[in-house]
Design a protein around this ligand. Structure first.
Ligand code: UN1
Length: 518
């Protein structure tokens, strides 16, 4: 492991607490039986230091993993669901104990602020709590049969091996949304974290592996594979995996959907967003500013739920523009482990290039940049990944506005007349993840929430677009992929539904009244 010269805010201790010492070995299921392919380096965008080198998974290694997972499933599914919940409860105890070091590693490897790193681990804790309760509520319905002396009901059975492909921006929470539910449902999981954040994956894997081992359970209940899209393809093409849950770009999601669809597997897709906040003349401006700024610059604009468009009524446009522009002057950009800073770096220099290209396109396409962006240089910014959040006045039909740029660029759009016009702009993009309205006007709020209102999976009133709680179903429509993760009844996708009809008579009447006498 490298010795950093810059301030690392106790990252070495955090790694130690997480049991990550030999970071040169990519583990699979917690053991060392991987032959291992090429190494991928985990580079921190915070200071540009190499944190670890992680071995990628070869096809042979993958075969071992899927065999181990399939074997583990046979044992795991026999445990009553509440007992599986008890294991998730123990896993959660460990997360509570390790919240700070894991939050710190998330912050250091991914670049989000330490507060947001802690928030991400809190999301893991919350979903585990939810899953423990759920382990006693995996119930189906009982229906009245049309035939006398018959009983009809449905039950949910485990699916098998669930494949999880997650993105760099929420390197641990999204895995746990899937895994905590899948585990209580009786499934086992194979996880491919983003190749940009492999170390947080190893940290989580170690925690899970320890809990399973302590309970005498097979290691294959939780498996980790590492690498780029080629390793992901081992899973998407594998008919031994009935469900692939994938989070990432719409481009990636379309490939996953096609590949898994070809073999009639199931997918759960959580893809791009192009989220907007509508600000009506009845909005509370102070709340609007906080919601919009956190939504646009939080996680350096790299959340699926980040606020990308602010659709403001012409009557208050200048007021909102001035208030948001003023607020941007307060934003401190720097080492995300230093809690004085609001915004950390982008994930890597490729992301910086995309951000620069987007700003160039804004200008070329007729946008008016009112808060200039730019790449920061000098002391503390040596990684080359720190950028200034930017604001541009734009039009919704501009190509760049239609595109999800994973960076802190906020577009100000003006609307006039009725809130219906703002809703039309809000819906006028391909993506459909998160949306919000700022208003104290009941009619406007209800119109926004009605069937003719927002077409997104998430629609908030007087809250920004990001920062959803785990209790609701998370996901969205159109190019966002249609999947739902996390709360509500999202668990159902991790199970197969079976309808059972039982005849307790001595007759065999046929449904639909069909006569068939022999
Ligand atoms: C994501 O960006 O993929 O709602 C997940 C939020 C977080 C999760 C975001 N709870 O912003």
């Amino acid at each position: 492991m490298s010795t950093a010269t810059t301030m690392r805010f106790g990252i070495e201790e955090a790694l130690q607490q997480l049991g990550i010492e030999d970071t040169n070995k990519g583990t699979s299921t917690g053991t060392d039986w991987f032959a291992g392919g090429d190494a991928i380096d985990s580079i921190s965008p915070v200071d540009g230091e190499k944190i670890a080198s992680v071995t990628t998974t070869t096809k042979d290694d993958y075969e071992k993993v899927i065999t181990t997972a399939t074997e583990a499933f046979k044992k795991w599914r026999t445990l009553p669901a509440p007992q599986r919940g008890e294991i998730v409860r123990q896993f959660n105890e460990e997360l509570r104990r390790l919240k700070e070091p894991l939050g710190k590693l998330v912050s250091y490897e991914m670049g989000k602020s330490y507060q947001e790193g802690l928030g991400e681990v809190q999301e893991m804790i919350d979903i585990c709590d939810f899953a423990v309760g759920l382990s006693r509520q995996l119930h189906g319905l009982t229906m009245h049969s049309e035939r006398p002396g018959h009983r009809m009901y449905e039950q949910y059975h485990p699916l098998g091996v669930v494949g999880i492909i997650s993105a760099f921006n929420f390197p641990v929470a999204v895995w746990s949304w899937n895994t905590a539910l899948a585990w209580v449902c009786g499934d086992v999981c194979i996880w491919k974290p983003s190749e940009k954040t492999p170390l947080t994956g190893i940290a989580c894997q170690k925690i899970a592996a320890r809990v399973f081992a302590e309970n005498g359970l097979p290691e294959g209940i939780s498996c980790l594979i590492n690498g780029d899209y080629r390793v992901g393809e081992y899973m998407t093409t594998d008919s031994r995996i009935p469900l692939i849950s994938a989070t990432g770009s719409t481009r990636m999601g379309k490939i996953v959907a096609k590949t898994v669809g070809e073999r009639l597997g199931k997918t759960l897709l959580e893809l791009g967003g192009n989220n907007a906040i509508i600000v009506t003349p009845d909005a509370d401006i102070k709340m609007t500013v906080i919601g919009a700024v956190f939504g646009a610059v939080g996680t350096c604009g790299q959340r699926c739920t980040s606020t990308r468009r602010l659709i403001v009524h012409e009557d208050i446009y200048d007021k909102v523009k001035d208030a948001v522009t003023d607020a941007y002057k307060q934003i401190k950009i720097g080492n995300p482990l230093d809690e004085n800073n609001h915004v950390g770096p982008l994930i890597d220099t490729d992301a910086v290039k995309m951000y620069q290209d987007a700003l160039k396109s804004v200008k070329e396409q007729g946008g008016n940049v009112i808060v200039e962006g730019g790449v920061l240089e000098g002391e503390g910014y040596e990684s080359g990944c720190y950028v200034k959040p930017a604001i541009a006045e734009a039009k919704n039909d501009m190509q760049i506005v239609q595109h999800e740029t994973f960076a802190p660029i906020l577009y100000l759009l003006k609307y006039s007349g009725d809130v219906g016009n703002a809703i039309e702009i809000q819906n006028g993009v391909k993506q459909g993840l998160s949306s919000a309205i700022m208003t104290n006007n009941l009619r406007e709020a209800e119109q926004f929430l009605s069937h003719g209102g927002s077409d997104c999976g998430i629609a908030n009133v007087n809250i920004g677009t990001s920062g959803a709680e785990i209790g609701g179903a998370f996901g969205g429509e159109k190019d966002t992929g249609g999947g739902r993760e996390s709360g509500s009844d999202a668990w159902k996708i991790y199970m197969r539904r079976q309808t059972n009809t039982i005849n307790y008579t001595t007759e065999l009447p046929l449904a639909q009244g069909i006569k068939f006498d022999l």
